[in-house]
Design a protein around this ligand. Structure first.
Ligand SMILES: *[C@@H]1O[C@H](CO)[C@@H](O)[C@H](O)[C@H]1NC(C)=O
Ligand SMILES: *[C@@H]1O[C@H](CO)[C@@H](O)[C@H](O)[C@H]1NC(C)=O
Ligand SMILES: *[C@@H]1O[C@H](CO)[C@@H](O)[C@H](O)[C@H]1NC(C)=O
Ligand SMILES: *[C@@H]1O[C@H](CO)[C@@H](O)[C@H](O)[C@H]1NC(C)=O
Ligand SMILES: *[C@@H]1O[C@H](CO)[C@@H](O)[C@H](O)[C@H]1NC(C)=O
Length: 573
C-alpha cells in the first residue's frame, strides 16, 4: 500500500514538474485575457523535458507545428483594421550536418491551428503545391529559411522573409543583426546558437518590422521593414504559432521561449535564463584501480587498435586539395560512403548509369537511403573541371530533378551521392514486358514533370544548363511516380576531360537532334529534340531505335514523322 502511494506521489511530482517547466519556458502573454499557456502540437513537434519546444528532429521530410491553442482576435468588430501586435521568440537551428540546414521554420499566423495536407521541405509545413499562392489561405508567415529554393526565388540559404499565402517572399534579407553601435553584423541561422527574434506590426503606420539579435537586448534598427496593410490577409480570429520542416537534409528546430501581445510590446526574453540545448554527454569517471597485468593487456589492445585504425585510414584516405574546399555541396567522407554501400558490394548495385556504376546505400548516421554513383576518372584536370560543375549542379533544386546530395573523391574515383529513387527508371516501365503498365494519367504526369524540370534547367535557373542526355533511362520515378531528371551535367565533364579542343557529341542514339551530329554544338533545342523522342517513347512504349524492327520502322522519330506526312496528305493540312 505504502509503495503504491509513494509511486503515485513520484508520478504526481513528475507531472507537476512537467507542467511547470512548460509554463516557464513557453511563457505566453496574450494581451489582457491572461490565457493559460496551452500549445497545440502537430506532426513531429514536441515539448521536451527541459521545457524546450522542438519542432523537428534530424529525420528527413518531417514537419512540426506548434500553435497557441486559443484563437486571437486581431480585428475589432467596429472596423476591419488589424490591431498592432508584437511577438518575441528565441530559437535555435541545429543542422544534422554542419553548414547544411534543412529547411527552416516560419512564425505563422493562420486561420486554423492545425494545417492539414501541407508539405515539408521547401513548403515549411504551411502550404502545399496546390494551394501555394492562393489568397483564400489567409496565411501570414515570417520565414527563417536555411535552404535556397530557386523555385520560390530565395535569395540565399540563410535569410528571413515576409510571406503572404506563398513561399515566395514579398521581401527578404540575408540574416543579420544590428549591434548596440548600429553596426550590421552577419548572423548564421544554422549555427546552432540561440537567436532572439522580434516581429512587430504597427497598425497606424501599417508597417511590419523584424529584428534579430544573438543577445537579450532588442536592437534599435530592424533588418527587415515592410509596409503592408494586413487587413485583407487576416481574418477576425487567427491562430499564432510556428511551423518547421525538414527535407532531404534535416535540422532540429527549437523554440526556447516565446511571448506574444496584441496592442502592446511583447516582453524580450532573457537568453541567459532559458534552458540550454543538451550538449554532448559527459563521460563518467571510471574507477582507476586497475591491476598491472590488466593495464598491460589494455595497452596491447590499444596499440593493436591504433595499428588497425591507421591501416584503415591509409586505405580509405581521401586527400583534400585546395580547390575542393570551394565546392558547395556536402563532401562526404569515403569511409561513410564505403560503409553505406557495404564496401561497394555487387548486391548493392542498382545499375550502370552514364559513366559509372550506381550503388544503393544507407548513410550510417541518418539512415537516409541514397544512390551513390562511382565514376573512375584518370585525368586530374578532368576531375577539377567536374568539381566546378558539381558546385553548380549541387545548387540546382527542383522537384523534378534528382537531387545531388553531395560528393566525395578518393584518388581517381569520384563518388556522387544522390537522393534514392525507389521506383527506379522510366525505361523499366516501358519496354521489355514491364511488371506494371502505366496508365495514361501516370504517363502524362511523368512527362509533365520532366518538362517542368527541363524548363527549369534551361530557363529558370541562374545559368543555362544543357542536359545532353535526356532519355527514358535518365528519368527516375519517386514514390509518387513523379518523373525526375537524373544524370544531368555529367556529359559536359566527359567532354572537358577527354579532349578540350574538340567537341565530342555526347548523348544516346535515337535521341540526337539532326544538327547535333553535324555541328556538334549542343543547345537547348537539341535537349528539346531528345525530349520529343522521349515523348514518343512514353506514348508508344517502344525504344527510339529498335534494331529488330523493319528498316522503315528502325528510327521511331522518322517512322512517326513519315506516318504524319501520309496522314497530313489525306487531310490536306
Ligand atoms: C523524429 O521524429 C519522428 C516523428 O515524431 C520520429 O518518427 C522519429 O523516430 C524521430 N527521429 C529521431 C532520430 O529521433
Ligand atoms: C493542401 O492544403 C490544403 C489546406 O491545408 C488542404 O485542404 C488540401 O487538401 C491540400 N492539398 C493536397 C493536394 O494535399
Ligand atoms: C483557392 O482556394 C479556393 C478554396 O480552396 C478554391 O476554391 C480556389 O479555386 C483556389 N484558387 C485558385 C486560383 O487555385
Ligand atoms: C506580395 O507580392 C505579390 C507579388 O508581387 C503582390 O501581388 C502582393 O500584393 C504582395 N502582397 C502584399 C501583402 O504586399
Ligand atoms: C538604442 O539607441 C539609444 C540612443 O541612441 C542607445 O543609448 C542604446 O544603447 C541603443 N540600444 C541598442 C540596443 O542599440
Amino acid at each position: 500500500m505504502a509503495k503504491t502511494l509513494i509511486l503515485l506521489w513520484v508520478f504526481l511530482l513528475f507531472l507537476l514538474n512537467q507542467v511547470k517547466s512548460q509554463i516557464d519556458e513557453l511563457f505566453f502573454d496574450a494581451g489582457d485575457d491572461g490565457a493559460a499557456s496551452i500549445i497545440r502540437l502537430n506532426g513531429a513537434a514536441q515539448i521536451q523535458k527541459n521545457g524546450i519546444l522542438r519542432l523537428t528532429n534530424h529525420t528527413s521530410r518531417l514537419l512540426g507545428q506548434a500553435f497557441y491553442s486559443s484563437g486571437i482576435q486581431f480585428q475589432d468588430s467596429t472596423d476591419d483594421k488589424v490591431s498592432s501586435f508584437s511577438t518575441v521568440f528565441a530559437f535555435a537551428i541545429v543542422p544534422e550536418y554542419p553548414k547544411l540546414g534543412g529547411h527552416g521554420f516560419a512564425f505563422t499566423i493562420s486561420p486554423s491551428r492545425e494545417l492539414h495536407g501541407t508539405l515539408p521541405s521547401q513548403y515549411l509545413g504551411i502550404l502545399n503545391s496546390s494551394n501555394v499562392g492562393n489568397f483564400s489561405n489567409h496565411i501570414f508567415a515570417v520565414e527563417f529559411d536555411t535552404v535556397q529554393d530557386y523555385e520560390f526565388g530565395d535569395i540565399n540559404d540563410n535569410h528571413v522573409g515576409i510571406n503572404f499565402n506563398s513561399l515566395v517572399s514579398n521581401k527578404s534579407v540575408p540574416t543579420a543583426y544590428f549591434t548596440t553601435n548600429s553596426i550590421k553584423q552577419d548572423l548564421d541561422l544554422k549555427s546552432g546558437k540561440v537567436i532572439q527574434a522580434w516581429i512587430d506590426y504597427d497598425s497606424s503606420k501599417k508597417q511590419l518590422d523584424v529584428k534579430l539579435s544573438p543577445t537579450s537586448t532588442k536592437p534599435n534598427s530592424s533588418i527587415l521593414t515592410y509596409e503592408v496593410d494586413l487587413s485583407p490577409i487576416f481574418q477576425k480570429y487567427m491562430y499564432v504559432g510556428f511551423s518547421a520542416s525538414t527535407g532531404l537534409l534535416a535540422s532540429s528546430h527549437y523554440i526556447m521561449g516565446w511571448s506574444f501581445k496584441v496592442n502592446g510590446e511583447a516582453k524580450s526574453l532573457d537568453l541567459d535564463s532559458l534552458p540550454s540545448l543538451p550538449g554532448p554527454k559527459r563521460n563518467h569517471h571510471t574507477p582507476l584501480i586497475l591491476g598491472v597485468t590488466l593495464s598491460a593487456v589494455l595497452i596491447m589492445f590499444l596499440l593493436f587498435g591504433i595499428a588497425i585504425y591507421l591501416i584503415r585510414k591509409i586505405k580509405n584516405a581521401d586527400v583534400t586539395e585546395a580547390w575542393e574546399l570551394d565546392i558547395g555541396p556536402h563532401r562526404f567522407s569515403y569511409k561513410d560512403l564505403n560503409q553505406a554501400t557495404s564496401g561497394f558490394k555487387d548486391e548493392q548495385l542498382l545499375g550502370f548509369g552514364g559513366f559509372g556504376r550506381v550503388y544503393k546505400g544507407i548513410l550510417p548516421n541518418s539512415n537516409t537511403q541514397v544512390a551513390v554513383k562511382r565514376i573512375s576518372h584518370e585525368s586530374k584536370q578532368g576531375l577539377r573541371e567536374f568539381a566546378s560543375e558539381i558546385a553548380s549542379i549541387g545548387r540546382l533544386r527542383h522537384r523534378n530533378l534528382v537531387q545531388l546530395l553531395g560528393w566525395c573523391r578518393r584518388l581517381g574515383d569520384l563518388l556522387l551521392v544522390y537522393d534514392f529513387m525507389p521506383n527506379g527508371s522510366l525505361d523499366k516501365y516501358l519496354f521489355d514486358e514491364p511488371k506494371t503498365i502505366l496508365t495514361w494519367k501516370q504517363r502524362f504526369k511523368i512527362i509533365n514533370g520532366v518538362a517542368s524540370g527541363l524548363l527549369y534547367l534551361h530557363e529558370e535557373w541562374e545559368q543555362k544548363v544543357i542536359h545532353r542526355d535526356i532519355k527514358a533511362g535518365n528519368v527516375l520515378l519517386d514514390t509518387e511516380l513523379n518523373g525526375r531528371l537524373g544524370d544531368f551535367g555529367l556529359a559536359k565533364l566527359y567532354e572537358h576531360g577527354s579532349n578540350p579542343s574538340t567537341t565530342r557529341v555526347v548523348g544516346t542514339l535515337g535521341y540526337l537532334a539532326p544538327e547535333l551530329t553535324r555541328i556538334g554544338k549542343p543547345t537547348t533545342s537539341s535537349d528539346v529534340f531528345a525530349f520529343g523522342a522521349l515523348l514518343l517513347e512514353v506514348v508508344c512504349g517502344r525504344r527510339p531505335i529498335e534494331h529488330k524492327a523493319l528498316p522503315e520502322e528502325l528510327i521511331l522519330v522518322d517512322w512517326v514523322w513519315k506516318k504524319m506526312e501520309i496522314w497530313c496528305h489525306f487531310k490536306r493540312c
